[in-house]
Design a protein around this ligand. Structure first.
Ligand SMILES: *Cc1c(COP(=O)(O)O)cnc(C)c1O
Length: 365
């Protein structure tokens, strides 16, 4: 029996995608091989790779002057690659200015890593209120190499409700937990990056969408694997790319297209999130800690209203255990923030959200 998996990542994949992958496991497209066994440079793998890229371009509306790279190292490696390629100086320690907005644990990690290579300016932070809102984005000085935001904050459950205007400074965003969840105007960004394991496919592949004029700026001392130029000029095949992950992303993109594309998926995501937030806002036992305007469609943290810390901890343990027995998995909040969290990415059907709500109603009564 399939469970409803509310894991923040790696997370649920659409059932039709898993079934297709299973059917093609030992003999993909009549080649007599699994995709896992194919040379990345072979004529068998080439159409799989090309289909994945062209579907991503089509579904996200990626303009022609952007490159799509399939890399490894997760979103976390981008925390270093972005500053190395856009702001690092001729010698370590001579980096250019880079602006960051601190909206949670992932942006904090990006800031710490960025500070090794760039002159990082944290222009705003929502840490004062436990990251429960998105601060205004102040203007950066014109000599800033890039402006970094985390569009959806997976752990605290906030999302930027509008894209900040950074004038001529390239806007860079970590979209790991919201890629393809709703339409996004790629042309407003210099770089977008996402680890695959939230909304795209299995862990292992990382998608980077980069405007061409931002490629080729890394200083010579940059490790070759960390230069965008290396991967861009070799079509993501400087070394072996995460082939099977790329194939799975292709299947997920096909599924999104069959669902009616990002606009249709976004409508469903809004419906799912509205159901759950409405329930939380009307509940006597649970609540959402996040300011309404900035609530994420993908990751929904929730807490018990109970004030007594001991009782609250007992309730949480009991809730997570009983939910798991009811087939509702991975509802514990991030280990750094506690509470509960339901991650409802594209692959979570609306019936999963309804099942969670009815479980919570029963728990309340
Ligand atoms: C999960 C996540 C990351 C970390 O991704 P890795 O691929 O594990 O490095 C970074 N940023 C955000 C917003 C995430 O949700």
């Amino acid at each position: 029996m399939r469970v409803y998996n509310f894991s923040p990542g790696p997370s649920a994949l659409p059932l039709p995608v898993l079934e297709k992958a299973a059917a093609e496991m030992t003999d993909a497209y009549g080649t007599g091989q699994s995709v896992m066994e194919m040379s990345h440079r072979s004529k068998d793998f080439k159409p799989i790779f090309e289909k994945t890229e062209s579907l991503l371009r089509e579904i996200m509306g990626i303009p022609a002057n952007y490159k799509v790279l399939f890399l490894q190292g997760g979103a976390s490696l981008q925390f270093a690659m972005v500053p190395l390629n856009l702001a690092a100086g001729d010698k370590p320690g001579q980096g250019k200015k880079a602006a960051y907005i601190d909206t949670g644990i992932w942006s904090d990690k990006a800031i710490k890593e960025g500070s090794k290579y760039a002159d990082v300016q944290v222009l705003a932070s929502s840490k004062d209120k436990a990251y429960t809102y998105i601060p205004d984005a102040p203007a950066a000085s014109p000599d800033t190499a890039y402006y970094h935001i985390t569009l959806n904050n997976t752990i605290v459950g906030t999302r930027w409700d509008k894209i900040p205007d950074t004038a001529s400074i390239p806007l860079v965003s970590d979209i790991s937990s919201c890629i393809l969840s709703e339409p996004l105007d790629v042309s407003k960004f210099g770089i977008l990056y996402a680890g695959a394991q939230k909304n795209l496919g299995p862990a292992g592949a990382t998608v980077v969408i980069i405007r061409e004029d931002l490629i080729g700026k890394a200083p010579d001392w940059t490790p070759i694997m960390l230069k965008y130029d290396t991967h861009s000029s070799e079509g993501s095949m400087y070394n072996t790319p995460p082939c099977y992950g790329i194939y799975m992303i292709g299947l997920v993109l096909e599924w999104i297209k069959n669902c009616g594309g990002v606009t249709a998926i976004a409508k469903l995501n809004q419906e799912k999130a509205a159901l759950f937030y409405n329930y939380l806002d009307s509940s006597k036992m649970f609540s959402s800690p996040v300011v309404k305007q900035f609530r994420s469609l993908m990751n929904i943290p929730f807490i018990f209203k109970e004030q007594d810390e001991t009782k609250k901890a007992e309730l949480e343990t009991r809730f997570i255990k009983e939910a798991a027995s009811a087939g509702l998995l991975n509802l514990a909040g991030h280990r750094l923030v506690g509470g509960m969290r339901a991650s409802i990415y594209n692959a979570m059907p609306i019936d999963g959200v309804k099942a969670l709500i009815s479980f919570m109603e029963k728990f309340e009564s």
